[in-house]
Design a protein around this ligand. Structure first.
Ligand SMILES: Cc1cc2nc3c(=O)[nH]c(=O)nc-3n(C[C@H](O)[C@H](O)[C@H](O)COP(=O)(O)O)c2cc1C
Length: 439
């Protein structure tokens, strides 16, 4: 199989009840009362590593959405996307029970200072021996801004201008220690070679940092950069910095259009296509037979709460959808403020079917309008392989429909079929996350 293009898989996690599928936590097989326990996170890290996933990452929201009807009651009360723990504290525990799987978290370039980001991620890269990834978000919501002492979010172009500078500053800080700066020489008393440690002296319009970092150069030099912006500016940012792009697309044609657009943006920046993998979000429901899988899907999808879907959509788009009639066609809703990119993604997924707002909310709360693949392991392996081989993507971000059961089933039943077809690794070939993403 040598030389054959390999699929990449990343698991989407959150430290709360809901990732994409808002009914998943209510499924009888799902674990939920262990959300605050290390066991939950250690277990899933082991499961995903046994399935040879490239990595796992935690999406994150720095607040509890309260736009819907002006309250957080639906979001907190019905178990929405509420991130109960700080992933920066969770990942090192996962690192301790695994050896190869990549470990990513989401950090906002708007709310965090590059020195703090560079230090934390440098530390994680050391402690995981080269497996750290940073999902860079510029953030969009006023609710998050208020948690960080701002009245409103800066506009999109300012957020991305700052994000560019934060990445440049972090890069300068990560480079402030050369390789081999640590000597540990007891005999001479030379702990480190100061000639190999430099000031970063980064001065931009939005951020400044002198450096050097206190954390020595890490195994990967810098973490793998993940990104998920969907606006024009967001895609350009991803094409400049991204090594993993996470995207919400609804069907094969949308995935192919995004894939081609993104790889063209990379080429325009002089980057080779393999320097960044494009991974659309997928969720799966697996059954021994197709009809069992369909019944399982119907059951878990029936556990979705429409209001919670509306509340989550409100949070993502940045407007209160309680003020619209749920029977109104989604396409008729005028959105000026908030995250236009996120709204376009939702619109794109419902245009063809002409869904109403309420129907779209249910769909959104099922898979965030991304494909839900339902079937036997063979059927799922076939569909994933088809998307991959038709250049709709370089692999997938898998979101749970039950937790941890879906990932266990996928690792046990689907991964071996992908391996048999020669499109997915049987062993990790690289030591670091970046090496595994490139092989
Ligand atoms: C698939 C996807 C996943 C995202 N995950 C997060 C996240 O976990 N935390 C967050 O703060 N923002 C997240 N975002 C928001 C984006 O990073 C970005 O800030 C937002 O889409 C606004 O940028 P845009 O206008 O370029 O789309 C996500 C966006 C997409 C499309």
């Amino acid at each position: 199989m040598q030389g054959r293009r390999q699929m990449h898989l990343i698991a989407f996690l959150m430290t709360g009840p809901t990732c994409h599928h808002h009914g998943a936590w209510r499924h009888p097989e799902s674990a939920v009362d262990d959300l605050l326990s290390p066991n939950r996170y250690e277990h899933i890290a082991r499961v995903l590593e046994a399935g040879r996933f490239d990595g796992l990452f935690f999406a994150d929201i720095l607040g509890i959405y309260d736009l819907y009807d002006g309250k957080f009651d639906t979001m907190a009360g019905r178990g929405g996307q509420v991130c109960l723990l700080d992933p920066a504290v969770v990942l090192p525990m996962m690192a301790r029970v695994t050896e190869r799987i990549g470990l990513g978290l989401t950090y906002s370039s708007t709310f965090n200072h590059p020195y703090q980001i560079a230090r934390m991620l440098g530390s994680l890269d050391h402690l995981s021996d080269g497996r750290a990834a940073w999902n860079v978000v510029a953030s969009t919501s006023t609710l998050e801004a208020r948690n960080f002492g701002m009245e409103e979010m800066p506009g999109r172009s300012q957020r991305y201008d700052r994000a560019d500078e934060v990445l440049e500053a972090c890069g300068a800080l990560w480079d402030s220690w050369e390789e081999g700066a640590l000597l540990f020489d007891k005999a001479s008393g030379a702990f480190a070679d100061p000639a190999k440690i430099h000031y970063a002296d980064y001065a931009g319009k939005w951020v400044r940092s002198r450096g050097p970092l206190t954390t020595p150069r890490s195994p990967q030099g810098r973490p793998v950069i993940m990104q998920a912006g969907s606006s024009d500016r967001g895609r350009d940012f991803g094409a400049r910095w991204g090594e993993v792009i996470f995207t919400l697309q609804h069907q094969k044609a949308d995935m192919q259009a995004f894939y081609n657009d993104f790889k063209a943006r990379m080429a325009a920046r002089g980057r080779a296509p393999e320097e960044c993998v494009v991974l659309p979000s997928i969720d799966v429901v697996i059954g021994e037979t197709e009809s069992i899988a369909r019944e399982r899907a119907d059951h878990v999808n029936s556990l979705v709460d429409t209001q919670l879907g509306l509340a989550t959509m409100s949070g993502h788009i940045g407007i209160d959808l309680a003020r619209f009639d749920p029977d109104q066609p989604l396409a008729d809703i005028a959105i000026e403020e908030g995250s236009r990119g996120s709204f376009d993604v939702i619109l794109q997924g419902t245009k063809a079917e002409g869904l109403t707002l309420g129907e779209a909310a249910r769909r959104f709360a099922t898979s965030e309008l991304c494909p839900q693949l339902v079937g036997t392991p063979e059927m799922i392996a076939d569909q994933l392989t088809d998307l991959f081989e038709d250049r709709a993507c370089d692999g997938f971000v898998l979101t749970p429909t039950t937790f941890p059961g879906m990932f266990e089933q996928f690792s046990r039943a689907v991964v071996p079929l992908l391996q048999k077809r020669g499109v997915f690794r049987t062993e990790y070939t690289g030591r670091t996350l970046r090496e595994n993403l490139r092989s």
